[in-house]
Design a protein around this ligand. Structure first.
Ligand code: C2O
Ligand code: CU
Ligand code: CU
Length: 509
């Protein structure tokens, strides 16, 4: 494994290219996106790295949409063998399943079930083989959502962690008229940032462990690891890049697309971020925050004002769990070295959107769902939702149009970012409880008052940090407008690949 130090801030931040449609008319837009193997330099002092990406780019190109009907043919042109270690004892990758399977999910999208990228709707190169939930080749996205920051990534059962690690992820930005009326920084002053951690071999190839560090001899080879933390932080596919900026306002979308790592972002200048959005779009009003915590799959939309920092170099830092201040504690650098090319006409509006009060009196169903820690037949950590494995019959079957309140009861020792497909939700609160008492009696005994969500998570969410020893309460938006097969799961990829995922079936009224 590469242990050598790589110099930070020697490569320019790549600006993600927007995907070009094959055809666009007044009714719909059509894209073909090919997944391909390619080589790309991720740092000045590292040989080019073998990657898998959408349209041969890492990370995949941005798709910018605004209420239009979009059809995408996601085409697998990948080799038939994986270049990362596939554990054939875990769900989806076992029973003679093809080694390389892909399926694309638009994370946070309100998508019909047949286009949602169900983990069992996978397909192989040229659609030669398909999974049991495979319904169609051409995916359809109605994009009826308000402007927000979505992303798309691979979701194939049992190998999602490897496919995303190889590079299969990208932004999917939804725009609308309201957003345009806000005069936020735009064009070259609006930059999406996809943040991921990776490790390497000396030759520049990606390193991903083929078994846990303290592996018992009984383990299969390869064997899934309980978590993965990389040694280097990449933004838009470069290790610790820099960006030259003008002394003015910029809009950045931050996406944590890492397998396991969580981040706490701050700026070395001590200045705040003006946060304007969450997973589900704009906040009611901008808030000033000095720190932003992002678990895997979470996003924030922020404005950084460089106007008082002419000539300075500002580091975007990470002080999250396991961060080393010299390496993984660095993310990227802003150099306020460009001359102002014109007056900064952008604004930070005082109101962004109307967010209605939580519809507590309209909740039609209350669920209590545990996060559990077990051991599998090899003695490896096994994390479950509601004490059930992936292939047990669905238990979360909301009715179309219903609002539900979910109590996520975390009995494990870790925080898990829990994600629900199809809908958004709002965080009501988090409340500590006696885990041992619950394990003995099945009853919740609270040990403290409920704590409201942090300011940065008070907008629409599709992924929520569920902390150890707490009940996290969320209220969903109405399940719909589609019925059918979806999923909910932990977004730590090493967990979702190993049973920490459950079906979600939206039933007709
Ligand atoms: Cu971002 Cu089910 O996934
Ligand atoms: Cu999703
Ligand atoms: Cu988890």
């Amino acid at each position: 494994m590469l242990k050598r130090r790589l110099q930070p801030f020697v490569d320019q931040l790549p600006i993600l290219k927007t995907l070009k449609p094959i055809k666009k008319d007044k009714d719909s837009t059509f894209y073909i996106v090919r997944m391909k193997e390619f080589y790309q330099k991720l740092h000045r002092d590292l040989p080019a790295t073998r990657l898998w990406g959408y349209e041969g780019q890492y990370p995949g190109p941005t798709i910018v949409e605004k209420n239009e009907k979009v059809n995408v043919l996601w085409a697998n042109h990948l080799p038939e063998r994986h270049f990362l270690p596939v554990d054939k004892t875990i769900h989806g990758a076992n029973k003679g399943a093809p080694e390389v399977r892909t399926v694309v999910h638009v994370h946070g999208g309100t998508t019909p079930p047949s286009s949602d990228g169900h983990p069992d709707a996978w397909f192989t190169r040229g659609f030669k083989q398909t999974g049991p939930q495979f319904k169609r080749k051409m995916y359809h996205y109605p994009n009826h959502q308000d402007a927000t920051t979505l992303w798309y990534h691979d979701h194939a059962l049992g190998i999602t962690r490897l496919n995303i690690y190889a590079g299969l992820a990208g932004f999917y930005l939804v725009r609308d008229r309201h957003e345009r009326s806000l005069s936020l920084p735009k064009g070259k002053y609006e930059i999406p940032l996809i943040i991921q951690d990776r490790s390497f071999h000396e030759d520049g190839s990606l390193y991903y462990p083929s078994k846990p560090q303290r592996a018992s001899p009984k383990l299969p080879t390869p064997s899934i690891v309980p978590e993965f933390l990389g040694d280097f932080i990449l933004v838009n596919g470069k290790i610790w890049p820099f960006l030259k900026v003008e002394p003015r306002k910029y809009r950045f979308r931050l996406l944590n697309a890492s397998n396991t790592r969580s981040y706490i972002f701050s700026l070395s200048s001590g200045q705040p971020f003006f946060q304007i959005g969450t997973d589900g779009g704009f906040l009611q009003a901008p808030i000033l925050v000095k720190q932003i915590t992002l678990f895997p799959a979470e996003r924030v939309d922020v404005i950084i004002d460089f106007s008082a920092h002419k000539g300075q170099q500002i580091i975007l830092r990470n002080t999250g769990a396991n961060a080393n201040p010299k390496t993984t504690g660095l993310v990227m650098q802003f150099r306020v070295s460009l001359p102002l090319s014109g007056k900064d006409e952008s604004t930070i509006p005082s109101r962004l959107k109307t967010i209605h009060r939580l519809p507590l009196n309209q909740v039609q169903k209350i669920r209590h769902l545990t996060l559990d820690q077990k051991k599998d037949r090899y003695g490896r950590q096994l994390l479950l939702l509601n004490n059930k494995r992936w292939d047990a019959p669905a238990t979360e079957t909301p009715r179309l149009g219903n609002i539900e309140l979910w109590n996520l009861i975390n009995l494990t020792n870790d925080t898990h970012p829990i994600h629900i497909h199809l809908i958004d939700f709002f965080i009501l609160n988090r409340q500590p409880f006696d885990v041992q008492h619950f394990k003995r009696s099945g009853k919740i005994r609270f040990t403290g008052p409920p704590v409201p969500p942090a300011p940065y998570e008070r907008g629409g969410k599709d992924t929520v940090r569920v902390e150890s020893g707490k009940v996290t309460r969320i209220i969903t938006t109405r399940f719909g407008p589609y019925t059918g097969n979806y999923v909910w799961h932990c977004h730590i990829l090493e967990h979702e690949d190993n049973e920490m995922m459950r079906p979600l079936i939206v039933k007709p009224e």
